[in-house]
Design a binder for this molecule. Structure first.
Ligand SMILES: [Zn+2]
Length: 78
């Protein structure tokens, strides 16, 4: 795998910096530790969405699991 390098100074280390715009939008910028050259940006909305999707999947999974447990209990009782 190729090593990531800064396009400006060719340094190999990067950091994530959280930035909030005037409108309150939050971004996560990936910048070079050495010169601060921004090499990427993450939309926090996207990050939140990913978490939300994961949460939805998990709750659905738990719901299914609950149903299975209930069905199993009912079978035992009858
Ligand atoms: Zn750099």
């Amino acid at each position: 795998m190729a090593r990531s390098k800064c396009p400006s100074c060719e340094y190999h280390e990067f950091e994530a910096v959280q930035v909030t715009t005037k409108t309150g939008q939050k971004f996560c910028l990936i910048q070079c530790v050495a010169c601060g050259c921004v090499v990427g940006a993450l939309d926090e909305v996207k990050i939140t969405n990913v978490i939300k999707i994961a949460e939805k999947k998990l709750s659905k999974f738990l719901e299914n699991l609950n149903r299975k447990v209930i069905t199993a209990c009912q079978r035992k009782n009858s």
